[in-house]
Design a protein around this ligand. Structure first.
Ligand SMILES: [Zn+2]
Length: 192
């Protein structure tokens, strides 16, 4: 069972990261519909204690389609390539789908309170697509980077003040990269 990690800085980027090592022999982490349901829960998209929305083969295919379309858009944007029309249409289509309708519930003291409606896999995917629209169409689009440590290559949002962050996480890939650089320097010193 794959372990999902959520440190890309944005929901849509964490979702894209359900394919690992994209630069070299990609690893699919959404292998089954149950993986997708588990991702929704671990991402905090379902209300605490409530079951993950039902997901089957069609939802898994839709999720992967949306994910790859988002990845292509982020990649085109990052590398300043021509925007591919098909992924653009896929992301826009998902972003236009409805969110779970809110509803009213009788609360204590004869008051009504607003609670989120029941989420489905489709409404959650739509929310992820809207996060991508917000990020790609906003001022932070230029801050999406690819982790410099191979084979990670995870996309992440660089929120550092300098805007020069190289790794998806400083204590994970960043620490490994620095250790590798240190070892390389030491080996070079020993050789000379
Ligand atoms: Zn990384």
């Amino acid at each position: 069972m794959s372990t999902f990690r959520f440190h890309s800085g944005r929901l849509c980027l964490d979702f894209i990261a359900t394919v690992g090592r994209r630069g070299s022999g990609p690893v699919e982490r959404l292998e089954t519909p149950a993986d997708l349901a588990r991702w929704f829960t671990e991402a905090g998209l379902t209300a605490p204690g409530s079951p993950a929305p039902a997901a089957g083969g069609p939802e898994l295919r839709q999720a992967r389609d949306l994910r790859e379309a988002m990845y292509e858009l982020f990649t085109a944007c990052r590398l300043e390539r021509e925007i591919p029309p098909e992924p653009l249409a896929v992301v826009n289509d998902w972003a236009a789908r409805p969110a779970p309708a809110e509803r009213l519930e009788a609360g204590p003291g004869n008051r009504l309170r607003r609670v989120p409606g029941e989420a489905t896999a489709q409404t959650l995917l739509a929310g992820i697509a809207r996060d991508a629209v917000d990020l790609l169409g906003g001022p932070l689009a230029g801050r999406v980077r690819e982790c410099d440590l191979h084979p990670c290559t995870r996309l992440f949002l660089d929120t550092s003040r300098s805007g020069r962050r190289r790794w998806c996480s400083m204590d994970g890939c960043g620490a490994r990269a620095k250790m590798a650089a240190y070892r390389a320097r030491r080996a070079a010193r020993e050789e000379s």
